[in-house]
Design a protein around this ligand. Structure first.
Ligand SMILES: [Zn+2]
Ligand SMILES: [Zn+2]
Length: 103
């Protein structure tokens, strides 16, 4: 279950400035007493009531990262094979270079 992150929407409030977050069970800001709003977990942007805990922008960012990780995992098999082939071909040379750098 997605837990909402709450924050203070009052721009003049200390809680807002410090990007303090509150529990979902809390209704009012402990600093200024205003009604808390749902905020983005990452950037503290005020969210609409039906949004989850990330704003559209951060959500896209997270999805993007996931996507790249998946692609990386999928491409890793063939990538490792190609890399292995290169190592076999230039194995001795590569190790010589590595030695030079290391010592
Ligand atoms: Zn406040
Ligand atoms: Zn955000």
């Amino acid at each position: 279950m997605m837990r909402k992150i709450k924050g203070c929407g009052n721009e003049l409030c200390e809680a807002h400035k410090k990007k303090l977050t509150f529990k979902e069970s809390e209704t009012f800001c402990s600093k200024c007493g205003k009604t808390l709003v749902g905020v983005c977990k990452d950037c503290y942007t005020q969210l609409s009531a039906d949004a989850d805990k990330l704003c559209v922008r951060c959500h896209a960012k997270h999805e993007d990262r996931k996507d790249k990780a998946m692609k990386f995992a999928a491409g890793f098999g063939t990538g490792a094979l190609a890399f292995g082939g290169v190592l076999l071909k230039y194995g001795s040379k590569t190790f010589a270079v590595v030695k030079k750098i290391k010592f």
